[in-house]
Design a binder for this molecule. Structure first.
Ligand code: SF4
Ligand code: SF4
Length: 186
């Protein structure tokens, strides 16, 4: 059974937003709503400023508060590969999962009324394809694969890298890993 994960190599992102467009197109995401985004943030203190480009999406947490807080069982984590998904027909649009997610990764689809978020393009994985954002990433900043396979792109990318996850102390155990451009402020 694969243990799917994503690596964001921030050293390679050029903020072209191709991933954001590909995701919206692939997953029919409504206007003004997003399953993934690329944040442009300024770090440091003047005059030593630098910009961080950070792609964000659902972390497919191994300890997912969105799933635990869903009152209907609509949100769940797939046993076979760890992807956090949604049964649309069970979702009542109560927003409990939106409030529970500390990563702001969910929204209520304003056209259809159910909760929505990144699925790691589960439908494409079933066809042997990569997630749309990974397939379109011109800088190869987004890397996807099986954490349990030593030959997978994610394992190779993480080998010897100084990687981190978002909100490490939150206990959510994310499956999206970041290799930062700058390891610490100078
Ligand atoms: Fe749930 Fe948010 Fe974690 Fe995704 S990032 S699994 S929506 S808590
Ligand atoms: Fe569950 Fe839907 Fe409510 Fe989210 S909005 S907690 S998925 S019923």
């Amino acid at each position: 059974m694969p243990k799917y994960a994503m690596v964001i190599d921030q050293r390679r992102c050029v903020a072209c937003m191709a991933c954001v467009v590909a995701c919206k197109n692939e997953n029919d995401v409504p206007p003004e709503q997003y399953r993934t985004r690329v944040l442009e943030m300024v770090e440091g203190e003047f005059p030593l400023l630098r910009m961080e480009l950070r792609s964000e999406l659902c972390n497919h947490c191994d300890n997912p508060p969105c799933v635990y807080n869903c009152p209907t069982g609509a949100s769940y984590k797939q046993k076979e590969n760890g992807i956090v998904l949604l049964r649309k027909n069970r979702c009542v649009g109560c927003k409990a999962c939106v409030a529970a997610c500390p990563y702001n990764a969910r929204y209520i689809n304003h056209e259809k009324g159910f909760a929505d978020k990144c699925t790691f393009c589960d439908h494409r994985l079933k066809e042997g394809k990569e997630p749309a954002c990974v397939a379109t990433c011109i800088g190869k900043s987004r890397i996807f694969g099986d954490l349990d396979d030593p030959k997978s792109p994610v394992r190779i990318a993480l080998q010897g890298a100084d990687s981190t996850v978002l909100l490490e102390g939150a206990g959510t155990r994310p499956r999206v890993y970041y290799i930062k451009k700058f390891s610490k402020p100078e």
